[in-house]
Design a protein around this ligand. Structure first.
Ligand code: DGP
Length: 111
């Protein structure tokens, strides 16, 4: 998707504070952090949301989720962290490129 913000970040056309990258995934700091640590994990290939995923996306979804505790540990979230996937307008999704939020470092009960 040429005009997708997260595709542009994945292609290096827009800057981001990158914390992880491999062939399939990219993780970077959220521009509007909701807590002291707020990271986003995205697949490099465009998928609009979790609702657009099917069996072909199982492996990359697994990789995204398995990366979360590693990044949380790397960022000092020893007591735990929150993972969020907003899906669709009704789910609060604003950027329509699949992403997992990793949030922590504060009281997470109401974030
Ligand atoms: P969501 O509501 O799940 O679609 O959240 C999208 C998140 O993406 C939101 O927390 C802010 C973040 N975000 C939006 N634009 C940018 C950007 O250009 N760079 C970075 N790093 N984060 C962004």
């Amino acid at each position: 998707m040429t005009d997708c913000i997260f595709c542009k970040i994945a292609r290096g056309e827009l800057p981001s504070k990158k914390v992880y990258e491999d062939d399939e995934l990219l993780a970077f700091h959220d521009i509007h952090p909701a807590a002291p640590v707020h990271l986003l994990v995205i697949p490099k290939l465009h998928v609009a949301s979790l609702a657009e995923c099917d069996g072909r996306h199982g492996e990359v979804l697994g990789k995204m989720l398995l990366l979360a505790p590693k990044l949380a540990q790397d960022h000092g979230l020893v007591d735990g962290f929150k993972t969020v996937i907003n899906t669709g307008k009704g789910g609060g999704q604003v950027v329509f490129h699949l992403h997992v939020h990793i949030i922590g470092g504060a009281n997470m009960a109401h974030v």
